[in-house]
Design a protein around this ligand. Structure first.
Ligand code: ADP
Ligand code: ADP
Length: 230
């Protein structure tokens, strides 16, 4: 079971890289932000609870988030592995994931940090548009879709997230970066942390991630030097 964790601040490019990596490794993306947005859209009790935190730019409590993630991991399409985008986001979540994977005789193969400084994160989130069907991200200046307002990958409509407004962006940076540092420390201590420069163009970041995964021996990842964008 290949479990790859994509780590990064809000706006670093995790959601952009995750589908590229999924196509390369042949395993699904599990993005807790997308799972929460679907629950909000469906008006489930979990969605109503999560929304209060999301709208304030705060992390949803660990108990709710871990339960959501474990239910998703129990689905058969996750048996061969998953790319986790946006989970874990706290040290408690990281420990819960370790326990759940140990029970399956598995572990996190690599935690890849997409490293991007603060000012660039604000610029990226302020211009972000995502698609309704799968949350695929675009940017009004930095990464435009081929047809305005339409997702290249699934043809669904693009919209701006409610939490990509300036006040909430600032709140998310204030509230979430401390916890991210703890998660980074967790994987550094486990020896599975790998860092890529997220300031590069999207295809170059994808290549860098593939090289790191190939170096970590993750099967399906391109060997170093081969072009991930090919
Ligand atoms: P971003 O793309 O900006 O990193 P996400 O789409 O991953 O944001 O998440 C949106 C919101 O959903 C977060 O700001 C948070 O409120 C909630 N959320 C997502 N994942 C988690 C998590 N692992 N733990 C707690 N809250 C989460
Ligand atoms: P995250 O999932 O980490 O919150 P996203 O993948 O949604 O981040 O990316 C945030 C915004 O930045 C999106 O508008 C996306 O199109 C844009 N973006 C992502 N990666 C890059 C990059 N390497 N260069 C420029 N813009 C990028």
């Amino acid at each position: 079971m290949n479990v790859v964790v994509l780590l990064g601040a809000p706006g670093a490019g995790k959601g952009t890289q995750a589908p590229l990596l999924a196509a390369c490794l042949g395993i699904p993306v599990v993005a807790t932000g997308d799972l929460f947005r679907a629950a909000v859209r469906d008006g489930t009790p979990l969605g109503l609870e999560a929304r209060r935190f999301m709208d304030a730019g705060r992390l949803v409590p660990d108990e709710i988030t871990v339960q959501l993630l474990l239910e998703r991991l129990a689905r058969p399409d996750a048996d061969a592995g998953v790319i986790l985008d946006g989970f874990p986001r706290t040290a408690v979540q990281a420990a819960a994931l370790d326990v759940a994977l140990t029970e399956r005789g598995a572990k996190v193969c690599a935690a890849v940090l997409v490293d991007v400084p603060g000012e660039e994160l604000v610029r990226r989130m302020s211009g972000r548009w995502i698609c309704r069907a799968n949350g695929h991200p675009y940017h009004e200046a930095l990464s435009q879709p081929r047809t305005a307002g339409i997702c290249d990958l699934d043809g669904s409509e693009l919209y701006q997230r409610a939490d990509d407004q300036p006040d909430t962006i600032r709140a998310r940076m204030d509230q979430q970066l401390g916890a991210l540092r703890e998660v980074i420390d967790h994987y550094r201590a486990a020896g599975s942390l790998r860092t890529v420069d997220g300031l590069q163009p999207i295809v170059a970041v994808a290549s860098a991630i593939n090289e790191q995964l190939a170096a970590a021996g993750i099967c399906g990842a391109a060997a170093p030097g081969s072009a991930a964008e090919a």
